[in-house]
Design a protein around this ligand. Structure first.
Ligand code: IPM
Ligand code: MG
Length: 364
């Protein structure tokens, strides 16, 4: 198989984790005789510094001409004072929107060797395996108007939470289709006791559910969902929700695994060009120190192989290798206990690449 992959390293630890993940993909290409052509583009603060724009036209062009996109992270204190249009995060929002990547998949799987890394009790965590399906191109992130304005003679501001039936339908279909490949349970999270957009969301969810009689749909208010995720995360299979709720719940859910450094994500639509990125940010405080955890990005690359290229075996091989490395006790600082020695970004990647070579002795 021959594929072109656009690497968008971005800011902070982005370049380090992308460089390491590229090595893992090169090893996969070698092992399974694929040809991955890597090209690189700018996004975020890096792009602002070079071109003045967080998402240069050139990057968007490269994205459209590629088979998949692997992104590191964007943002940092250097650009915090910038105007809204010149913030690194804007580049990320623009590329999601420009490519129509409305379905954001954030799987949360507890890895047995890491149970001790979570702040939650082990008996709550055993066997957690859930998938957050976050709507990614609508809601408060994109609704107009969004502006500062005078309200009753005072400084005010407005953001708009807006969804159309079509936007809700398509993300619900995604959730139901993923549920069919899993435990066939969808929880739709909203705030229908307060928000009009949530009432529409709930109506549409019930309608879409009729097309999937084999899948069970239930509704949960977002405040309750936040609580239930910590109280008993095992009750969830697929969670589907609007953009901002999904942003918040996915950071919360990452703590079930013990570290934000472990959570991959895929942003897709019905075409093939997906964008794959870790859920975590650019961690400018540790950039360049070699302490960054590359595993969320490596697992995002596995999602890329699976969802954009249909390479399920190769994806599984990466997941098994990551599990094995963690079982061996190899840890970056974010997941190491005080008593354990933390290893560098490069060292843990080397361990993953070595574990890949053992794939024939798969333990799962
Ligand atoms: C995420 C991030 C982004 C978001 C930021 C960086 C704009 O938090 O991918 O979850 O809010 O979507
Ligand atoms: Mg977030």
């Amino acid at each position: 198989m021959e594929k072109q992959i656009l690497l968008l390293p971005g800011d902070g630890i982005g370049p380090e984790i992308i460089a390491e993940t590229k090595r893992v993909l090169e090893e996969i290409a070698r092992m399974y005789r694929h040809t991955f052509r890597f090209i690189e583009g700018r996004i975020g603060g890096d792009a602002i510094d070079a071109t003045g724009s967080p998402l240069p036209e050139e990057t968007l062009g490269l994205a459209k001409g590629s088979d998949a996109i692997l992104l590191g992270a964007v943002g940092g204190p250097k650009w915090d004072g910038n105007a809204p249009e010149k913030r690194p995060e804007k580049g990320l929002l623009q590329i999601r929107k420009a490519l129509g990547l409305y379905a954001n998949l954030r799987p949360v799987r507890v890895l047995e060797p890491l149970m001790g890394a979570s702040t939650l009790k082990e008996e709550v965590l055993a066997d957690v395996d859930l998938l957050i399906v976050r709507e990614l191109t609508g809601g408060l992130y994109f609704g107009e108007p969004r502006e500062r304005r005078q309200i009753n003679g005072e400084d005010g501001a407005v953001d708009t939470l807006l969804y159309t039936r079509g936007e809700i339908e398509r993300i619900l279909h995604q959730a139901f289709q993923f549920a069919r490949t899993r435990k066939k349970r969808v929880v739709s999270v909203d705030k229908a006791n307060v928000l009009e957009s949530s009432r529409l969301w709930r109506e549409v969810a019930d309608e879409v559910a009729r097309e999937y009689p084999d899948v069970t749909l239930s509704h949960m208010l977002v405040d309750n969902a936040a609580m239930q995720l910590i109280r008993d995360p095992r009750q969830f299979d697929v969670i589907v929700t609007e953009n901002l709720f999904g942003d918040i719940l996915s950071d919360e859910a990452s703590m079930i695994t013990g570290s934000l450094g472990l959570l991959p994500s895929a942003s897709m639509n019905t075409s093939k060009v997906g964008l794959f990125e870790p859920v975590h940010g650019s961690a400018p405080d540790i950039a360049g120190t070699g302490a960054a955890n590359p595993l969320a990005t490596i697992l995002s690359a596995a999602m890329m192989l699976q969802y954009s290229f249909g390479l399920a075996d190769e994806a599984k091989a990466i997941e098994v290798a990551v599990d094995r490395v963690l079982a061996q006790g190899v840890r970056t600082k974010d997941i190491a206990k005080a008593s354990e020695n933390a290893v560098s970004t490069t060292a843990i990647t080397n361990a993953v690449i070595e574990a890949l070579a053992l794939k024939s002795a798969s333990s799962r």
